[in-house]
Design a protein around this ligand. Structure first.
Ligand SMILES: *Cc1c(COP(=O)(O)O)cnc(C)c1O
Length: 365
């Protein structure tokens, strides 16, 4: 057995010298945070990269979600999905709003628009769908329903940084899209996040909200938070942006090896890809349809390969929500959460290791 442990992901780091050049500049300026020069450069760079949408950088993806919701000044219900990271549901609840869970599609794990309209009530104010694993939601169907009922759409786009759909940036849909630049994501700023928005007029309130709601020295119009990205994090972002195409290309190659070696296996189902999306290959999920997901997880772990049961459990099955939600109301999400496993994928994962992982899966199923 190989000694080194392989985890589901590993942070991508740019060449150290590139980062240190920014460190020298930060030292000279002695400006460490509060919308400094490097922060502003990264905002501009990301905006260009995402077809000119407005970009508001934040300290992490979670606070970006919370502030995006807060900026709408709404009360009532937000329709979302439970097949996501804790952050999405918590952001809604922590804003004093009520999440209403829509089930997901079996083939790409995103919100099922056929089940959306029936959940809309007079209290519904917004929809917060999640782009899952790199699969972009059915944006046309969701946004036409949103338009019909006058609802906001904020995408949790944490898994889809860098993607394009029908020739457009993934950030160019809905009212806002929220990204995470956490160390484990395709593009990282150590910790970080951003709100991308198409309407320039709401940008100002988000700029205030991330800085305690302060507009200027004597005016505080909002009950804000502290969600500013610091200069070192922004420097990491500028460095990683230079290498993003290589990172995604390497992920694509790994994804292709998995697909080639696993697609004929009867016991598992692979992610469905479509030709309209340029993917970032953020995750490689398999759904164990015939066999035991937990046993497969253990077999891999015995060989020092640490896949992840992601997302499991569904957020509406969390201990903190037992009295509040019923996971049985979203049966597809509940079922998939018990069968899904995401396999290791990161740019410097060796092809031989990917092949070995496939061999173990073939042996076990
Ligand atoms: C990572 C992630 C978040 C939270 O982002 P942080 O930067 O870790 O706060 C939110 N939603 C999803 C789907 C994520 O994967």
């Amino acid at each position: 057995m190989k000694e080194n442990k392989i985890f589901v992901t590993k942070a991508t780091l740019p060449p150290k010298e590139e980062f240190l050049q920014y460190v020298d500049k930060i030292w000279e300026s002695a400006w460490l945070t509060n919308m400094g020069d490097v922060h502003n450069q990264l905002e501009k760079r990301l905006s260009e990269f995402m077809d000119g949408v407005e970009v508001v950088l934040t300290v992490n993806g979670h606070l970006a979600l919370e502030l995006a919701l807060q900026s709408l000044k709404i009360e009532g219900e937000v329709i979302t999905t439970p097949f996501t990271f804790a952050s999405t549901t918590h952001a809604i609840v922590r804003n004093g709003l009520n999440p209403v869970f829509c089930d997901i599609k079996e083939d790409d794990f995103t919100m099922d628009p056929d089940k959306l309209e029936g959940l809309i009530t007079k209290d519904t104010k917004a929809i917060m769908p999640v782009h899952v694993y790199g699969n972009i939601c059915d944006v046309e169907a969701i946004e036409s329903i949103a338009k019909k009922y006058g609802l906001y759409v904020i995408y949790d786009a944490a898994h889809t940084f860098g993607e394009r759909y029908k020739g457009k940036s993934v950030a160019d849909f809905g009212d806002m899209s929220v990204f995470s630049f956490h160390a484990t994501k395709v593009f990282n700023t150590i910790e970080g996040g951003a709100i991308a928005l198409r309407d320039k007029n709401i940008r100002k309130s988000l700029d205030f909200l991330k800085n305690f709601g302060i507009a200027d020295k004597e005016n505080v119009p909002y009950v804000g938070s502290n969600a500013k990205m610091n200069e070192f994090a922004a420097a990491m972002g500028l460095c990683n942006m230079r290498h993003l195409p290589e990172y995604i290309e390497k992920r694509k190659q790994i994804s292709e090896i998995y697909t080639e070696r696993l697609s004929d296996l009867k016991g598992i189902r692979l992610n469905k890809y479509n030709n309209d999306t340029v993917y970032n290959y953020a995750y490689f999920p398999i759904v164990v349809e015939n066999g035991d997901r937990d046993e497969l997880y253990e077999s891999l772990a015995r060989e020092n390969i640490f896949a992840r049961k992601y997302f499991y459990p569904c957020t509406n099955a969390y201990e903190c929500y037992v009295d509040r939600f019923d996971a049985n109301l979203t049966p597809v999400a509940l079922d998939i959460s018990k069968k899904v496993l995401t396999l290791p994928i990161y740019p410097d994962l060796e092809a031989t290791d990917v092949e070995r992982i496939c061999d173990i899966i073939r042996r076990e199923l």
